[in-house]
Each structure stands twice: as C-alpha cells, then as structure tokens.
Design a protein around this ligand. Structure first.
Ligand SMILES: Cc1ncc(COP(=O)(O)O)c(C=O)c1O
Length: 377
C-alpha cells in the first residue's frame, strides 16, 4: 500500500493482510525460531531463521516504511540499538556533525562510543543554520538531526540543514521520534535515514520497547543497516513486533488528539503566573515556530516543557502534586507523564533545574488542565 492512501488509512492497512490459511483478520504471532526448507533446499516463503527475519518483523518494517514514505525499514530491540546501527556507517577518520541538544542517550553514544572508534564528533547549535554551515566547513560523512529536540523542543530547519549537509557530502539522518510521520515527514526534506524509538508513540501504551531505521531509497545503505541488524543480533522478538504493528493502527488517531491537547496545555501554561517559560513549538513565541509550522504540517507534537518560577525545588513540588500526570520518564504513551528532566539526565545535565517535561496522553484536556492547575497553585 502506498499513497494516494491517507496516513490514517495506511496506519490500519499497510502490511496487514488477513491470514491466508485461516482468514484471521488480526495478524497471528509467529513464534517459530526456524522455518522449513523445501525438498530442493530453497526457502520459497522467504524466512529461514528468526534473527534474520520473521513474518511479524516483516509486517512491522513494511508498515513503518510505508508511513514514513521510505523504501524499507529495519527494526531493532530499542531506539538506541537503532541509532547504534547508524553509527556503524561511520569509520575512523570520518566526521559526524551533531546537535548540542538531543536525547542524552544518543549524545552519550556519540561522545563516548563513536568518538572512541576514531570518528570526529563535532557539535553545533542546530537552531542556528549558520552554525551548522560552519561545522560543515571541512565536509562530513553524516549529519544527525533531532527535531523537535529533547528536552527544550528546539527546532532544526530540516530542508536547510539537509541541503547544507548534502553539499558537504554527508548522509542526513533524522530522529523523528517526537514528531512521528503523523506530524513531520523528514524524507520530504531530502533526509536519507529516519530513526525512531518505537518505545514511544509507535508502541503508544508504555508496554513495549523497539527502534527502527527507515531508508529513503539508498539500496547500499539499506544493505549495510540490515547486515548490522542480523550480525549484531539486536532484534525484536515476534511478540514485540506484533504489539508495535497493532499499536501503529491507532498512531494517527492518537497523535492528532495528543497534539491538540498539547497545544491547549501550552496555552494554559503560558498564561500561568507560576510558569516562567513554556517550550512548545506550536506557540508563536517559540523561536522555531515559523520553521515548525512549515515542516510539521500534521501538528506540533505532544511533548512540551516548562520552567517553574522558584527553581528546582518548586519544579519538584509541582511534579509531586500532580495526580493525573504520572511522575515517570519516557513519552508517547496514552497516559500523560511529568518529569524533572535534569535529575533523570544526571549530574552533567545542562537542562535547566526548574524544567519539567511533559508527555501528553489521550486524557480529556480539561482534566489535564485541572490537574496542572492544582499542582501549580
Ligand atoms: C528522541 C529519542 N530518541 C531515542 C531514544 C532512545 O530510545 P530507546 O529508549 O527506545 O532506546 C529516546 C528515548 O527516550 C528518545 O527520546
């Protein structure tokens, strides 16, 4: 399935056929680790051994490729296993240009593991296209983008940075976890690889971990990522693939509701006297708003952060008083979460100490607003 179907239709139908032998409409879970050969030694059904591929993994990968508009996707055991696969494209002497702001686990991979392999990891402020251009002055093998970025929801201009990277001879990779293909389609902006933590919106119910690399059209890149998947062995179990494919059916429905609620909450928080600042790209005062409005046609996402007047203690008190928002890390589930981000990132965190990050779920907006209203009172 491919366009002209709308995204919400693809979520339901992409790579989801009724079972050929039983007619079951819901996809069965194939737990088998091994698949039978024909008498002549061939594998006419395409499956040989679980690490190399399974029907449930194939369904998940095809569905995500269709949603992002890429040619193929490769599934991993977590979002960080997926980004680790991307770093394998780099070798000693290569340069990767990365943002200062991003998921702290990804940045730790880059600064601790990728650098140790002899790759130059050069950081720039991706909110500023001129700073990215300066970082690319000597060329680069790869540019890594995360937009909106953790934890301040900063926006990178995808088209501008892709074109700079391309001119510098780099592959462009984008972590699209926060936006999902519902809000933003990086392949429309000449990105080569899209990476997801499927643990977030794809799973959507805080009960499954996974990651994906989606390839726009480069067959050689796909081959290298697939080879890493099979040989590193960081693959998903069939049940996890099944859970993810099942949840993707409601991705567009969930995201649209979550984005609308996030905007309502951002407006509420921006007008609240106990709030110092709101970080949400849907607000006109957000520095990246104009770029976000252009490159996120499906919505501004359902993640937002805010600074509480009174510093760290005041922020921790607000989080402690919330009743409906659960105090937990992660994001993208049906339930709203609130977290004091600096303390989860550890002692080296540069995140403001008064910052609370929230992941908006699918609850009714008025109940979430009432909860934050009481917590901030
Ligand atoms: C934007 C982003 N990318 C990647 C990851 C890593 O994903 P995982 O926890 O599935 O390894 C996270 C996790 O929070 C994230 O927020």
């Amino acid at each position: 399935m491919s366009p002209p179907f709308a995204l919400g239709t693809l979520c339901v139908h992409a790579a989801r056929e009724s079972d050929a032998t039983t007619g079951a409409v819901a996809e069965p879970i194939h737990l088998s680790t091994t698949f039978e050969r024909d008498a002549d030694g061939g594998y006419p059904r395409g499956y040989r051994y679980i690490r190399e591929g399974t029907p449930n993994r194939a369904a998940l990968e095809s569905c995500v490729a269709a949603l992002e508009g890429g040619t193929a996707a490769v599934a991993f055991g977590s979002g960080l296993a997926a980004s680790m696969a991307v770093w394998q494209l780099l070798g000693a002497g290569d340069r990767v240009v990365v943002p200062i702001e991003g998921y702290h686990g990804t940045l730790r991979q880059l600064h601790e593991y990728v650098r140790a392999r002899g790759v130059e990891v050069r950081s720039a402020d991706f909110r500023n296209t001129a700073a990215v251009a300066a970082a690319l002055r000597d060329g680069a093998r790869m540019v890594w983008i995360e937009t909106p970025a953790n934890p301040l929801l900063s926006i990178t201009d995808l088209a501008a940075v892709s074109s700079l990277g391309r001119r510098a001879g780099a592959w462009i990779a984008c972590d699209n976890t926060f936006a999902t293909p519902v809000c933003q389609r990086p392949f429309d902006h000449a990105v080569d690889l899209v990476v997801h933590s499927a643990t977030k919106y794809f799973g959507g119910h805080s009960d499954v971990m996974g990651g994906l690399v989606v390839i726009r059209d480069d067959a050689a890149l796909l081959e290298r990522i697939r080879q890493w998947q099979v040989l590193a062995g960081a693959v998903l179990a069939p049940f996890d693939c099944w859970l993810l494919r099942r949840s993707l059916a409601t991705l567009a429905l969930r995201l649209r509701a979550q984005c609308a609620t996030a905007l309502e909450l951002a407006l509420f928080l921006a007008a609240h006297p106990a709030v110092e600042r709101v970080y949400y790209p849907g607000l006109p005062e957000h520095p990246g708003h104009a770029v976000a409005a252009a490159q996120m046609p499906g919505g501004f996402g359902a993640m937002l952060s805010f600074g509480v007047r009174g510093g760290r203690e005041a922020a921790l008190t607000v989080a402690a008083r919330a009743r409906l928002f659960r105090r937990a890390t992660s994001l993208g589930g049906i339930e709203s979460l609130i977290e004091h981000r600096a303390s989860i990132e550890g002692p080296d965190s540069k995140t403001p100490q008064n910052l609370l990050r929230v992941s908006i779920g699918i609850e009714e907006p008025r109940d979430l607003i009432a909860d934050l209203s009481l917590a901030l009172a």
